[in-house]
Design a binder for this molecule. Sequence first.
Ligand code: K1U
Ligand code: ZN
Length: 186
Amino acid sequence: MAKRDILIIPDKQLRLTSEPVGAIDASVRTLIEDMFETMYEAPGIGLAAIQVGVPRRVITLDLARKDEPKAPQVFINPEVVWSSEEKSVYEEGCLSIPEYYEEVERPAAVRVKYLDREGQPQEIEASGLLATCLQHEIDHINGVLFIDHISKLKRDMIVKKFKKAQKRGEPVKPLSEDKEPSHHIG
Ligand code: K1U
Ligand code: ZN
């Protein structure tokens, strides 16, 4: 297994639409292993392959708390086949936009069809954090970021900060020091 570098905005690769996976071969299995290592190390609760520069429709998740055993989940070629009318709001973060957290409104529940890591077709109905995370990661494989769901004013401010920091070769400081995630897993 190898940890890979996570792309940070404004990297243009994050705007690509990822291609479906055909056969789950050795390169896909290595990608999945590397994504878990990268996600756990970050640390994060989800990761899309494009965040490590691979434009394939592969997602890893682990929503287990720190005091619980690991619960890795893999979604290959995921597709939302149903979304609830009911919405929920969650303060989201993104490993490609480090240190920024904003409330995003999305469908409260979704049904997602996908292939598991053995290539078997599966369907899952998700609500709560799993629904939020799945939608966030499926957005990634379609070139969409959570900041696309917030106001243009806030989005432009965040992108500007990251562009400026990239030019200077510096890390980006949070817009406000008290913008911490309200969900504390573990
Ligand atoms: O896709 C990503 O960038 C990963 C992202 C997933 C996500 C988080 C919150 C809402 C929707 C999607 C993250 O994992 S950000 C880091 C994070 O939320 C976290 C990290 C450690 C412990 C608990 C949360
Ligand atoms: Zn993200």
